[in-house]
Write a protein that binds this ligand. Structure first.
Ligand code: PXG
Length: 290
């Protein structure tokens, strides 16, 4: 595997960054997770745009233009002969002194890894997932805004550990007001009376690119889509529930906090959206091999 660090390629064993990088010392940096399907990078522009918005929010100047990062991402896929895979783009604050002041970091580092990912076992996509609400709430907008895809994922990791402790693979995270925000690395949707509902971004969800894509697919096929605040009660009384994310794709949910959702099997609307999503990944994206 060839890994891109600041314009050069390294093999896996030699792809290293400094222990003085503030990305490691303080989680000071940002990232994106992108998928390639059938020799194309899916939703590349959307991911690069989000990376630059995250950078702006944390006052991080990415030392490459968005056109350069776009070209480099495609090139890393080509160098690694990727047709279907997963790309991790990371920008760290860079090497600095001990002490959290980012002023000591002279130059941010850009890292691009192209590999594979499987977030859930295949059986989960057939049977559906059993998830639970966890005690750790989603970060406040006024503290660390959940819209920033930062390297500081402890909020989500704590929630993941709590889900695992409760015997589940994924956690429903509520915000400080008790409304549903999202899961640890996925957005959440429910289907109720033939309409699609998902928490608003203001509830503490990431501006998910898969979320947006699924909303567009649903609207195109005539489903009503809305973004109201959702409570746990709304989840329990839903007809269907599913999660969306680049890594996870579309994952049916069949049980939440011990309550069976709908029929206890992945729902019809969920299945249709899954099919439409996979159909879209076959025909759209930035070609890796020209
Ligand atoms: N919420 C959070 C907190 C995320 O981190 C999503 C929602 C879904 O967003 P996208 O744009 O991907 O539809 C994410 C994305 C991983 C992993 O390694 C996590 C994500 C993406 C890919 C892999 O667990 N997070």
């Amino acid at each position: 595997m060839k890994i891109f660090i600041d314009g050069k390629y390294y093999d896996e064993r030699n792809a290293k960054i400094s222990v003085f990088d503030h990305g490691l010392l303080y989680g000071d940096g940002i990232f994106e997770g992108i998928r390639a399907y059938h020799g194309r990078v899916f939703k590349l522009k959307e991911h690069i745009d989000r990376l630059f918005y995250s950078a702006k929010a944390i006052l991080l100047e990415i030392p490459m233009s968005s056109a350069q990062i776009t070209r480099a991402t495609v090139e890393v896929c080509r160098e690694n002969k990727i047709r279907d895979g997963y790309i991790r783009l990371v920008v760290t604050r860079g090497v600095g002194t001990l002490g959290l002041n980012p002023k000591s970091c002279k130059r941010p580092s850009v890292i691009i890894i192209a590999d594979k990912i499987q977030l859930y076992p295949a059986g989960v996509y057939q049977r559906g997932l059993d998830i639970i609400t966890v005690p750790t709430t989603r970060n406040l907008h006024s503290a660390l805004n959940p819209a920033i895809k930062s390297l500081n994922y402890l909020n989500n990791i704590l929630a993941k550990i709590e889900a695992n402790n409760g015997g589940c693979e994924e956690a429903v995270m509520l915000n400080a007001e008790g409304f549903v925000a999202e899961c640890t690395g996925d957005n959440l949707f429910i289907v109720k009376n033939g309409a699609l509902l998902t928490p608003p971004l203001s509830a503490g969800a990431l501006y998910g690119i898969t979320r947006r894509t699924v909303m567009e697919l649903a609207e195109e096929s005539g489903l009503k889509v809305s973004e109201p605040n959702l409570t746990r009660y709304d989840l329990f009384s839903a007809d269907e529930c599913f999660l969306t994310g680049t890594g996870a794709e579309i994952v049916p949910v069949v049980k939440i906090d011990g309550r069976v959702i709908g029929t206890g099997k992945p729902g019809r609307v969920t299945r249709r959206l899954e099919d439409e999503y996979h159909a879209l990944t076959k025909v759209s994206g930035e070609p890796i091999y020209k």
